[in-house]
Design a protein around this ligand. Structure first.
Ligand code: NDP
Length: 341
C-alpha cells in the first residue's frame, strides 16, 4: 500500500516566481487555461510570453492580452521557466529542435504529462530542473474551476533537480495555476505514464471489446439496434453511473439501482474469475507500457498521423472499428434519428 503526499497552497511560495520570465510553449487546451490562471494568481503579464506559430492559437492568446513570440528560439532564450504545452507527439521534434538548444542552463521545464520524460525523448541539460505539473482535467475545467475559486486534481513531481530547488519551484507553479487549492498529489512521470497508458491500452480496449461483444450477442438474440444503442450508452446511463461513482463511491453508487440490478451486478462480479484478465493486464503493463514497446511502435507511425484519408493509421483504425456490428448499427440509428430532427 502506497500513500501519496498531498501538497496544498500553504506548502507553496509564489514569491519564488518573482522576476521569472515564464514562457508557455503552446496555447491550446492546457496552455490557454494555465497561462490565464497563472496571470490571475498575480504573475505580471509582462513576465509571461506565449510561444506559438502565427495562427488562431496565437490570435486567441493575443486577444486575451498575452505577448506572443513566433520565433521559438527567441522565446527559449528568455525563458526562466517554460511550460511545455503542445501535444505529446510533437514535443520531441519541436522542443529538441528549436527550443532546447537555446534554453538557459538553469531553466525550469514544466511538463503536463509524463510520457516524453519517462521515455527520455526530450533533451535536457543536467543543470536544468524538470518538473511535472499534470492536471487531471481538461483545460476548460482547469480554467473554469479556477474562476470559481475551486481547485482541480493534479499530479506534481520533480524529474530532474538541477538546482536542488526544483520541488519548491514545482509547488509554486502548481499553486500559480490553481493546482494546490484542492491538493496536488505527489507522483512521478513513471507513475503518470503507467496509469495513463494502462488505462488507454488495457482498461478501455477491454471496455470497448466488452461493449462490442455484448452488442453482438444481444443483437443475435433479437434485440433491435435502437433498443441496444439506448440501453447501452445513448441514454447516457453509463455516464451517470461514473459520475455517481466519482461522487459517492465506485461500488456505493449501486445503491441507486434496483435490487435486481444490485444483486445481479455484485454477485455477477464476485463470481467472475479474474485470473486471465489479471495476466493480460500485467502483460500490457510490463511488456508494452513500462518496457517502452508501445512508445517505440507509436514513434514509427507518428509522422503518418498528419496524412489524409486511408494513409493515416488512425483513420484506418476508425474504419475497421466502424465495421463491427455495434459500429454499423449505431450508424443506422444515428442516420434515422437525424432524419427525424
Ligand atoms: P493541444 O492539442 O491543445 O495543443 C495545442 C497547442 O500546441 C497550440 O498552441 C498549437 O499551436 C501547438 N502545436 C501543435 N502542434 C504544434 C507543432 N507541430 N509545433 C508547434 N506547436 C504546435 O494540447 P493539450 O493542451 O491537449 O496538451 C498539452 C499537454 O498537456 C500535453 O502534454 C498533454 O498530455 C497535457 N495534458 C492535456 C490534457 C488535456 O485535457 N488535453 C489534460 C492534462 C494534461 P499551433 O498549432 O498553432 O502550432
Amino acid at each position: 500500500m502506497v500513500s501519496a503526499k498531498i501538497y496544498y497552497d500553504s506548502d507553496a511560495d509564489l514569491n519564488l516566481l518573482k522576476d521569472k520570465t515564464i514562457v508557455f510553449l503552446g496555447f491550446g487546451n492546457q496552455g490557454a487555461a494555465q497561462a490565464q490562471n497563472l496571470r490571475d494568481a498575480g504573475i505580471p503579464n509582462e513576465k509571461i510570453l506565449v510561444a506559438n506559430r502565427p495562427d488562431h492559437y496565437a490570435e486567441d492568446a493575443k486577444s486575451k492580452g498575452f505577448t506572443i513570440e513566433n520565433d521559438f528560439a527567441k522565446a527559449a532564450a528568455v525563458a526562466d521557466i517554460v511550460f511545455l504545452l503542445i501535444p505529446d507527439q510533437v514535443q520531441p521534434r519541436v522542443f529538441n529542435g528549436d527550443f532546447a538548444p537555446n534554453l538557459k542552463a538553469d531553466a525550469t521545464i514544466v511538463v503536463a504529462s509524463g510520457y516524453n520524460v519517462f521515455y527520455k525523448l526530450l533533451n535536457f541539460k543536467p543543470t536544468q530542473d524538470v518538473v511535472m505539473v499534470a492536471p487531471r482535467m481538461i483545460g476548460s475545467s482547469v480554467r473554469s474551476l479556477y474562476e470559481k475559486g475551486k481547485g482541480f486534481p493534479c499530479f506534481v513531481s520533480v524529474e530532474q533537480d538541477g538546482s536542488s530547488k526544483a520541488l519548491p519551484t514545482a509547488l509554486a507553479l502548481s499553486r500559480a495555476i490553481g493546482a494546490t487549492k484542492a491538493g496536488a498529489i505527489a507522483s512521478s512521470a513513471r507513475e503518470e505514464t503507467a496509469m495513463d497508458l494502462f488505462a488507454e491500452q488495457a482498461l478501455w480496449p477491454n471496455i470497448i471489446k466488452l461493449f462490442t461483444e455484448a452488442f453482438s450477442i444481444l443483437q443475435e438474440a433479437g434485440c433491435s439496434d435502437e433498443a441496444l444503442c439506448y440501453e447501452m450508452w445513448m441514454s447516457k446511463e453509463p455516464a451517470e453511473i461514473f459520475e455517481r461513482a466519482a461522487e459517492e463511491g465506485f461500488i456505493t453508487q449501486l445503491k441507486h439501482h434496483s435490487s435486481v440490478s444490485q444483486y445481479g451486478q455484485l454477485s455477477g462480479a464476485l463470481k467472475l474469475d479474474g485470473t486471465a484478465i489479471r495476466a493480460h493486464f500485467k502483460d500490457i503493463l510490463y511488456n508494452q507500457v513500462l518496457n517502452g514497446k508501445f512508445c517505440e511502435e507509436f514513434s514509427k507511425i507518428e509522422a503518418d498521423l498528419e496524412k489524409e484519408g486511408d494513409e493515416n493509421p488512425l483513420n484506418q483504425l476508425y474504419t475497421k472499428s466502424g465495421e463491427t456490428e455495434l459500429g454499423q448499427a449505431e450508424k443506422r440509428v444515428r442516420e434515422r434519428l437525424s432524419q427525424l430532427l
